[in-house]
Design a protein around this ligand. Structure first.
Ligand code: SF4
Length: 357
């Protein structure tokens, strides 16, 4: 077992691997993912559908159905313990109490036959060891915290009696009811219309600030990332391809995939012009490319990319990291010097011009 992270690191995911073994073969849905979340911090995990974001979150929560899923490697240090070594009973005490999750679609996450008050109170009784009256009061308090009007009346209602935005507020209230240290939000606004999305994001931000809970926000929406998080992890095909502060990654993307994601955002100023897209689609999970997994779609791909997998590395001790040969040490025998400090376009221009190592 590895050594615990420093106390200020709440979540330390190290070389995490979750595979799914199905009839047609093995899918490496999460394949060597590493990142940290500090106490009270907000971290965004972004990438296209199918890149492994949600499987990473479910693995951290130990909610992967086995079989077909299997956590085949890595460590998940949470609050000083590697939770992959905990028993199922021990994990029950962690899940819900110390870490909680908000899912994409609240209608399928809430129990339709129980009132929302009963659902919140049930979690509070299970983890806080308090009586039903205190748990019920806590349910009302939490509904008030997330801005549900007439909480005394709403607490007795069932999920189908609430709007989509209200249900997502209830999910947030439920997740925060036991004062977790980490809140994982998996596409929390995807199922909501734009106005409600903004309200829910603002609510998550406010509640996170008030409670000091760390937030791991999973989304495909870079606009949400820009408004909500402090640091970003970009994932592609089960791997982390870039990390850094939100300003570093969004204003100066190093990885061609991040650059492509940012270029794909529609802009009012570009009305009437063709929308930029990242050509191609994510690789077949049963036949991942040997070298860089983004190579079949990358406009900058050159020979080493197809045979050698680029390491995730950066220039210093900070969190800025990128997995791309344009910015990294060359594989053995390839004449291509590190160009971390340059933009992707400049690195490409230098390579094309044949700058020697
Ligand atoms: Fe593109 Fe090569 Fe960088 Fe991969 S390693 S992103 S293929 S330039």
């Amino acid at each position: 077992m590895g050594t615990p992270p420093p106390p200020d690191v709440l979540l330390d995911v190290r070389d995490l691997r979750t595979y799914f073994r199905v009839m047609d073969g093995t899918v490496p849905a999460v394949d060597g993912v590493s990142f940290q979340v500090h106490r009270g911090e907000t971290l965004g995990v972004v990438g296209e559908s199918g890149c492994g974001k949600s499987v990473t979150a479910l693995t951290i929560m130990r909610l992967i159905e086995t079989p077909p899923g299997e956590i085949v490697g890595g460590e998940v240090w949470f609050n000083g313990r590697d939770i992959l070594t905990l028993s199922s009973d021990e994990m029950l005490q962690v899940r819900g109490a110390e870490m909680a999750m908000i899912f994409q679609e609240p209608m399928t996450s809430l129990n339709p036959v129980l009132t929302i008050g009963d659902q919140i109170a049930e979690a509070v009784v299970a983890h806080k060891k308090v009586g039903h009256k205190a748990a019920w009061d806590r349910a009302i308090e939490m509904l008030q915290l997330v801005g549900i009007p007439e909480a005394q009346r709403r607490v007795k209602q069932h999920p189908h009696e609430l709007s989509g935005g209200m249900r997502q507020r209830v999910m947030i209230a439920l997740a925060l009811s036991c004062d977790p240290k980490l809140l994982i939000a998996d596409e929390p606004t995807t199922a909501l219309d734009v106005t409600i999305q903004a309200q829910i994001l603002e609510l998550i931000r406010r509640v996170q600030e008030e409670t000091g809970t760390a937030l791991l926000l999973i989304t495909h929406d870079l606009g949400v990332v820009a408004e909500t998080v402090q640091r970003v992890v970009v994932m592609y095909a089960g791997k982390v391809v870039e990390t850094g502060t939100v300003d570093e990654v969004l204003q100066d993307p190093k990885h061609p995939y991040t650059e492509g994601l940012l270029a794909s955002i529609p802009s009012q100023g570009l009305r009437g012009t063709r929308l930029n897209v990242i050509r191609g689609s994510i690789p077949n999970p049963f036949r991942m490319p040997v070298g860089c997994r983004f190579a079949p779609r990358c406009p900058y791909a050159f020979d080493p990319c197809r045979d050698h997998e680029p390491p995730l590395e950066g220039p210093g001790d900070g969190d800025r990291r990128v997995a791309c040969w344009l910015h990294s040490r060359p594989p053995f025998g390839i004449e291509h010097r590190p160009r971390y400090g340059t933009s992707t376009a400049t690195a490409l221009a230098q390579r094309t011009a044949g700058v020697a190592s």
